[in-house]
Write a protein that binds this ligand. Structure first.
Ligand code: NAD
Length: 359
């Protein structure tokens, strides 16, 4: 079991990672206050014993599973249920689920009585390596992802890989997408993934990388909680990834992989990413995209997905498309292009890739 602190200017939180973390930490965390537990329908159906054991007497709110639940309307319903449950300022919300539950649950905790204690219990690989840590909370609104949200640090993140055994291969691949993002930012993770390309769907191998990914994120968030500088690095692949996600409906992690592939090639073309490194990174991203199950993505049917990048939160008011891209091993930079150049660059790259996966 690994335990360490995430210390930001506003907060000091704990992160506990390892098999058995839930059994070790939850009995103490549920004691001493009123609790409110948020989860989704799939997690609740898969783990009835877990909820009965740790949260038997607590108020429980179960959202339908999936991104479609990450709405302002559902946020209102959760806050109403918290009020009806009679929660106080000293109460605690437990968000038990994937990134959707962590994001909307964290936001509800941030808003209720201007902020109550929150514990994140991430249950997907994506949430364990990424979204459960760092205090970004949000809901989607008017077709724009994560447009309403807050920075709000959980008092503890309990990362227990025992939850991962019930994930579908597609959800594992989704987590792999964010792990490859860390490879673009961290030499050690890059080398480990490169040397184990034949194990990209092997859950025990991927689980061994949760700790280094979370340590990398915790270091970045501690240095720049509000994303004014270094934290922007964690958006590698995400500007284009979100555009592909909005246009295709594929999972977040897979779209991050597509975003990394396309943005790295674009940045290579403009001399922003070192060309030998761009080739190496793209080769790893391609291997991850080829990991099972493979999604077929027909770019010509996406109907100008580049347009979707215009609504990205990371863009500035000058109308340019702003991307965080890998520069060389372990180094990153911001890269902006006027929209017309961005779109033309993407179209040229996609024409070369060919219309359909596999690459
Ligand atoms: P998700 O929460 O929708 O979970 C994916 C699916 O896995 C759901 O059907 C869920 O029911 C199921 N699931 C969860 N745990 C399971 C388990 N143990 N076994 C079997 N099935 C399980 O999505 P996600 O991929 O975890 O997260 C994506 C979300 O995270 C997006 O909304 C994205 O915007 C957000 N995100 C947030 C941050 C952040 O920093 N806050 C970072 C990255 C992504």
């Amino acid at each position: 079991m690994e335990k360490f602190e995430l210390h930001t200017p506003s907060f000091r939180g704990e992160i506990v990672i390892g098999e058995g973390a839930a059994a070790e930490r939850l009995p103490a965390l549920v004691k001493g206050q009123k609790n409110f537990v948020l989860t989704d329908s799939r997690v609740y159906a898969l783990y009835p014993g877990f909820f009965a054991e740790y949260f038997g007497k607590d108020s429980l709110f179960v959202l339908p599973e999936g991104e479609k639940s990450k709405t302002f309307e559902n946020l209102g319903k959760i806050l109403r249920a918290m009020t009806e449950a009679g929660l106080h300022r000293t109460s605690r919300l437990f968000a038990v689920g994937g990134g959707v539950i962590g994001d909307i649950g964290g936001l509800a905790a941030a808003l209720y009585m201007r902020g109550i204690s929150c514990v994140q219990v991430p249950t997907t690989l994506l949430a364990q390596v990424d979204s459960g840590v760092g205090g970004k909370t949000a809901v989607d609104l008017a077709g724009v992802k994560n447009v309403v949200g807050a920075f709000f640090q959980p008092c503890e993140v309990v990362v227990d890989p025992m939850f991962l055994r019930t994930l579908s291969p597609r959800e594992i691949k989704c987590g792999l997408g964010e792990m490859v993002k860390y490879a673009a930012l961290d030499r050690e993770i890059f080398r480990t993934l490169k040397e184990n390309r034949d194990r990209l769907t092997d859950l025990s191998f991927l689980s061994s990388l949760i700790l280094p990914c979370v340590q990398h994120k915790a270091k970045v968030v501690a240095a720049d909680e509000r994303e004014t500088g270094e934290r922007k690095s964690l958006n590698v692949g995400h500007t284009t990834g979100h555009a592909v996600e909005l246009a295709s409906g594929l999972s977040h992690g897979e779209c991050v992989l597509w975003g990394m592939l396309l943005e790295t090639q674009l940045a290579g073309k403009y001399g922003v990413t070192d060309s030998a490194y761009a080739a190496e990174l793209c080769s790893l991203v391609r291997d991850a995209l080829r990991a099972q199950p493979v999604s077929r993505l027909n770019f010509s049917a996406l109907g100008g997905f580049a347009e979707k990048a215009r609504s990205d939160k990371k863009n500035e008011e000058d109308g340019n498309i702003c991307m965080a891209v890998a520069k060389s091993e372990g180094k990153w930079t911001l890269f902006s292009l006027p929209f017309a150049q961005y779109r033309a660059g993407m179209e040229a790259i996609i024409a070369k890739i060919g219309e359909q996966f596999p690459l």
